[in-house]
Design a binder for this molecule. Structure first.
Ligand code: SF4
Ligand code: SF4
Length: 73
């Protein structure tokens, strides 16, 4: 079964949540505690085991924060 592994450059994230809306598994959300150096709550993943590696999040992000690697193919 294909899974996704996300590498996120959270220092670039501006918290726009476009990726949150694009994720079919609803496993992305803004970190409620951490604030990045831009002053935003950045993106985080709640359950990476559920990621299917579709890369919708990476395609949607205007700031190149997310890279998706597909594993298990
Ligand atoms: S690769 Fe797809 S399933 Fe995984 S976090 Fe991104 S949008 Fe969600
Ligand atoms: S990762 Fe990209 S699309 Fe998602 S909230 Fe951050 S800037 Fe927006």
């Amino acid at each position: 079964m294909v899974k996704g592994k996300l590498i996120m450059r959270t220092d670039r994230c501006k918290g726009c949540e476009l990726c949150v809306a694009a994720c079919p598994k609803k496993i992305l959300k803004l970190d409620e505690v951490f604030v990045n150096k831009k002053g935003y709550h950045p993106i985080s993943i709640t359950n990476e085991d559920e990621c299917i590696g579709c890369a919708n999040c990476a395609l949607m992000c205007p700031d190149g924060v997310i890279n998706v690697y597909r594993v298990g193919e």
